[in-house]
Design a protein around this ligand. Structure first.
Ligand code: FAD
Length: 412
């Protein structure tokens, strides 16, 4: 019987293995893919946004109001930076986001794998665990390939449901449910939004800087500023990813969702009105179609005029009615898009929801439902904002579980 088996060789499983093995614990990772840590390679567009210099519980979300402060205090930005610096990763700080100086996610996986190898951690790949059962002492694990494994302690580090091609399909939820855990309905986050607005298609491929507000049943859900990208079927870009959690949860609850873009967040409505009249007065000989040239991306002008219901755009500016100017200002300050949910797990970066967080002891990452069972990373119902927070959660929970399984006392 092995000391510890870690199911899932992703971000949290690899850190848990390193921490436990450094303490002299015999560790075995069982990974369903042909290699460990494949998902790390695609993080941060291949650059791996591994953490953030500003980490607080505010950037994390869960169905339950759980206190995750202790996890982040125990293994926050400094600890992550030091852990990876010891392994050879020099940090590159962009704003608050932290990347490896090489700007290559492969470096992060390389150093984790080198350390696993140095510590003699056993790695079994191409093996999918389908069930784990308690024994009189410890656990028995069964694989789809027909093998059986035994261990005193098990860490479930199976991740969420995003990027199914990388081995994440929610099987971990099923295994944990059978052991008495509750599954809080998962939903995809950090993902593109879908909109039926015809304007998205018209502006496809165009980026605008805007203040984005998302409203669920008329109530403001979240507000973010940044570069929005229009796509064939909706909207994308950093602020969209950040607010996607609100949209995805609303879609799950079948709630009406709308999004507005303030294309000129630095101007008040009154200032916007004055600006438009200044432009009209300066060039009365120009047409309505030409009014916004130089203020807005060309591909955005027609959709804005259409959304403001301004007809006959070849009229001279001096013919533009007061009401029309007001409608134009309204669109420029709150360009409205109805939202029909988000793209699915295939395109999402993270799964929200998961194994109920209140069923896990955050001091040890031990399950409160089954003895000698530990749960780390994205499989649990805690998710972070875009910006390195999800990998941080994986590293932190992996670290704590790795320490806990190496203690001799009964952790339940
Ligand atoms: C495209 C993309 C970009 C991202 N970019 C960032 C970023 O820049 N910064 C950031 O903070 N986060 C990012 N994330 C999120 C981050 O990668 C995850 O939150 C993090 O990897 C979760 O770690 P984990 O250990 O919980 O799970 P994972 O890293 O998903 O690992 C789970 C592992 O378990 C294995 N597994 C699953 N089920 C079984 C089973 N039954 N038997 C055996 N093995 C199993 C899987 O194959 C996988 O290797 C990104 C995610 C994606 C998809």
């Amino acid at each position: 019987m092995r000391d510890v088996i870690i199911v899932g060789g992703g971000a949290s499983g690899l850190v848990a293995a390193i921490v436990a093995a450094r303490k002299g614990t015999q560790v075995c990772i069982i990974e369903r893919s042909n290699r460990v840590g494949k998902k790390i390679l695609v993080t941060g567009n291949g650059r791996c946004n591994m953490t953030n210099t500003q980490i607080t519980p505010k950037q994390y979300h869960s169905y339950d109001s759980v206190d995750i402060k202790s996890v982040l205090e125990r293994f926050g930005y400094e600890e992550t930076k030091n852990f990876f610096m010891e392994l050879g990763i020099m940090p590159l700080i962009e704003g608050k986001k932290v990347y490896p100086l090489s700007e290559q996610a492969t470096s992060v996986l390389d150093v984790l794998r080198m350390e696993i190898e140095r510590l003699g951690v056993e790695v079994i790949t191409d093996t999918k665990i389908t069930e784990i059962k308690p024994k009189k002492e410890g656990w028995q694990l069964f694989s789809e390939e027909g093998q059986t494994f035994e261990a005193h302690k098990v860490i479930m580090a199976t991740g969420g449901m995003t990027n199914t091609s990388l081995g994440c399909d929610g099987l971990g939820y099923e295994i944990l449910k059978k052991l008495g855990h509750t599954l809080k309905t998962p939903f995809p986050i950090l993902v593109h939004l879908l909109s039926s607005s015809p304007y998205c298609k018209m502006m496809k491929g165009t980026k605008v800087k805007a203040n984005v507000k998302i409203f669920v049943e008329g109530k403001l859900g979240r507000e973010e500023y940044g570069e929005v990208l229009f796509t064939e079927d909706g909207l994308s870009g950093p602020p969209i990813f950040q607010i996607s959690r609100v949209a995805s949860l609303a879609a799950l609850n079948k709630q009406d969702t709308e999004l507005t873009l303030d294309l000129f967040p630095n101007l008040s409505e009154d200032e916007m009105i004055s600006l438009l009249y200044e432009r009209i007065t300066a060039h009365p000989e120009r047409t309505i179609e030409q009014l916004l040239i130089g203020m807005l991306h060309k591909r955005v002008i027609m959709p804005v005029l259409k959304a403001a219901h301004i007809e006959s755009i070849h009229r001279l500016l001096e013919q533009l009615e007061y009401d029309e100017v007001m409608r134009l200002v309204q669109v420029l300050k709150a360009f409205n898009f109805s939202i029909q949910g988000t793209r699915g797990y295939k395109f999402a970066q993270v799964t929200a929801g998961g194994i109920r967080a209140t069923e896990i002891d955050f001091q040890t990452m031990a399950s409160l439902k089954a003895k000698n069972l530990y749960i780390t990373g994205e499989v649990m119902d805690v998710d972070g904002d875009c910006g390195g927070y999800n990998l941080q959660w994986a590293w932190a929970t992996g670290f704590i579980a790795g320490e806990s399984v190496s203690r001799n006392e009964d952790n339940k």
